[in-house]
Design a protein around this ligand. Structure first.
Ligand code: ZN
Length: 670
């Protein structure tokens, strides 16, 4: 358990004059110019090994755990059946108590899931399959593809229907398709895992082995026709229309009409990132014996519910999904699994309670001020760019001025009053919550988008930019140490939360975001020459990060991580400019600059605060998984990749040409 050490870290920060950077994390034996990450985080990494129940442990994760402890207290209180609970408290409390009742779950066995398994076992025929897929989707089981709403990229005032690829169990198509030793080893382990789950359903060894083989073959077939992640990042490639009539011709192996009737969607045209996937999936259905397709559906239904089932299922799911894939050694305490579940299912009901207890007006105002300052930096930055024409600059500034921001929590909370939570029925509750979420999503199609809605729950330690809405979003969960120190060192606040604000803002102008205009429409607003200049600069970043090693046989994927790396580079620069402005204002007001703290200048503290946000230890398995699937680079490269591009950093620490933290190329877009 990390509870004690987490509390100590935050207490010591709260009382120290240096509230901001963690002096105890710094390894003074390492030169910042040789390896800044190791210098800023060396002792932290040494003193904070990965707990057995985590795949990664960083200062970021400490904060996430602290938020979960707050949520635990809320849910424990709400779970006690007593008069006076609000409808909201009853909802989240009953679901949490149901999740915590492990003896009750054992006793219930497979009762909750059995009707689904029976339906699949008995069903037959193309019509049945389409109806069954509709039923599975409506209860949150991901098979074959995904139907949902999306903002029309070329008319952001419209919400249209979208068909996406889905239904793979392994984290990425590459896990099925790659043939290196590690990938082959994982495939063998996956096959054994599927077989063991079928055995837990009571199937004898031969049958379970055959079923597992069929699942593997079918999912490999889906992986072969799936688009890769780099392609899916490209907004132009993601924008394709298919009509129902076309699907009837090119993807006739699936009963689209029947399916749409089943989910009560009357649309006749859809956006899809990958028409080839829908066609390939359909061909695969035609070519696969029905019994094998049914094995796949059964597998997906059980896998989806595994964490809600008796211990034997939970343990088997953990052994593969957490230990094999992510390197986690032991299961997290039950309460944490249950907190995560309620946050995922009923996030705004729980988030409302969280915000009432933790988030003050002060935090909101302070963040707003920071956002304003960083937007001003971006304006200055754009105007100063030598490579960009005035025409494109004008458009960029227009987009910047139209950017909206949302801070803390939604103004209007989601209404869960139609969701029925039954104490003691974990699987049933999950199906009803999933049905509510699915209907709510489908209900958006055909209506103007509601941009006041949030894509993250309030306790989340994260932030995001939404290109279709052109807004930046900062949940309450991130507006705390080590990102934001209330009443703490300004230099550190600019380096931490300031860099996060700058990061999200820069997403509006990264390789993907730049293709959208200020109204959220995919439209070319760049001159040809400026677009060319942008791409050259972006390529520099692609090459830089592609050289970073993650494991012995895996590097960062420079193209997959380009958007995030670009946002990190731009974000830190913008936050640094804002810090310089703040210092200049202080100097002008009283002739007194920000003081040095613990012999670090404000500039040095800025970079240390940025670096220390990313202090982390990560298992080899999780690092590999992140490199293959996640658009974010590892913490080490989010720090060193940025500072080696910044003369401001090199000046702050007196680094000389030729040292590792002084990049010869000095990649810079914004
Ligand atoms: Zn990002």
């Amino acid at each position: 358990m990390r509870v004690v050490s987490t509390a100590v870290v935050f207490c010591s920060i709260a009382v120290a004059q240096t509230a901001g950077i963690d002096l105890g994390a710094i390894d003074r034996g390492i030169s910042p110019c040789n390896d800044f990450y190791q210098s800023a985080c060396g002792l932290w990494m040494k003193n904070n090994p990965i707990p057995g129940d985590q795949a990664r442990w960083g200062r970021f994760d400490e904060l996430a755990l602290r938020n979960r402890e707050t949520l635990k207290a809320i849910l424990e209180g709400a779970g006690v059946e007593k008069p006076g609970r609000t409808a909201n408290q009853k909802l989240i409390g009953d679901q949490y108590a149901t999740c915590m009742d492990e003896p009750g779950i054992e006793k219930k066995g497979l009762t909750g899931l059995q009707p689904t398994l029976d339906r699949i076992a008995k069903g037959s025929g193309k019509t049945w399959l389409a109806e069954e897929v509709a039923r599975l989707h409506a209860t949150g089981v991901s098979v074959l593809f995904r139907l949902g709403p999306t903002q029309d990229s070329k008319d952001s005032k419209k919400t249209i229907a979208n068909l996406g690829q889905a239904g793979l169990t392994l984290p990425d198509r590459d896990y099925y398709l790659k043939t290196d030793a590690k990938s082959e080893e994982l495939k063998v382990k996956y096959l054994a895992h599927v077989q063991r789950i079928f055995a837990l359903l009571g199937h004898d060894a031969d049958r379970a082995a055959a079923e597992a083989k069929a699942v593997m073959a079918f999912e490999t077939g889906l992986a072969k026709v799936a688009a890769d992640r780099v392609t899916l990042r490209d907004p132009q490639k993601r924008y394709n229309t298919v009509t129902l009539a076309q699907l009837g011709q090119t993807a006739s192996g699936f009963g689209w009409d029947t399916y749409l009737k089943g989910v009560k969607v009357g649309e006749t045209s859809f956006n899809t990132a990958s028409p080839a996937y829908l066609n390939g999936m359909s061909a695969l259905l035609t070519a696969t014996p029905e019994a094998d397709v049914k094995n796949y559906l059964t597998w997906r239904a059980v896998k989806d519910a595994a964490t809600l089932l008796p211990k034997a299922f939970v343990a088997e799911d953990f052994a593969f999904s957490e230990t094999t894939l992510r390197g986690v050694k032991e299961q997290a305490p039950r309460w944490r699994q249950c907190v995560v579940m309620v946050d995922r299912q009923l996030g705004e009901a729980l988030g409302k309670e969280y915000v009432e207890r933790t988030f003050g007006e002060e935090g909101k105002q302070r963040t707003l001020k920071m956002v304003g300052e960083i937007e001003a930096s971006m304006e200055k930055d754009v105007q100063s760019l030598e490579w960009m024409s005035d025409t494109t600059k004008k458009q960029a500034l227009e987009k910047l001025h139209k950017m909206a921001n949302k801070i803390g929590y939604p103004e209007k909370w989601r209404d869960y009053s139609s969701v029925k939570i039954v104490r003691g029925d974990l699987v049933g509750n999950d199906q009803r919550v999933s049905a509510f979420a699915f209907q709510r999503q489908l209900g958006k199609i055909g209506h103007p988008p509601d941009n006041s809605e949030w894509g993250m729950t309030p306790p989340t330690v994260n932030a995001y930019y939404n290109a279709a809405a052109n807004d930046i979003n900062f949940p309450a969960g991130i507006l705390q140490p080590p990102f934001y120190f209330k009443g703490g060192d300004d230099a550190a606040n600019y380096g931490a939360i300031g860099a996060v604000v700058g990061h999200e803002l820069t997403h509006g102008f990264d390789d993907s975001g730049r293709q959208y205009d200020g109204d959220g429409n995919l439209r070319e607003w760049w001159t040809e020459e400026d677009a060319k200049q942008f791409k050259e600069r972006a390529d520099c970043i692609v090459q830089e990060y592609a050289a970073f090693k993650v494991t012995a046989d895996t590097n960062q994927n420079g193209k997959l991580t380009l958007g995030e790396n670009g946002a990190d580079n731009g974000g830190v620069r913008l936050a640094f400019m804002a810090l310089m402005d703040a210092i200049a204002k202080l100097d002008a007001a009283g002739g007194k600059s920000m003081p040095a703290v613990a012999d670090f200048t404000p500039q040095q503290r800025f970079f240390l605060a940025y670096g220390q946000v990313w202090c982390q230890n990560i298992s080899e398995e999780a690092a590999r998984l992140q490199a293959l699937t996640n658009p974010h680079s590892l913490g080490r490269y989010r720090v060193n990749g940025v500072v080696q591009n910044m003369p401001e950093f090199q000046k702050a620490f007196g680094c000389q040409a030729g040292q590792p933290m002084v990049s010869e190329k000095g990649c810079r877009i914004w």
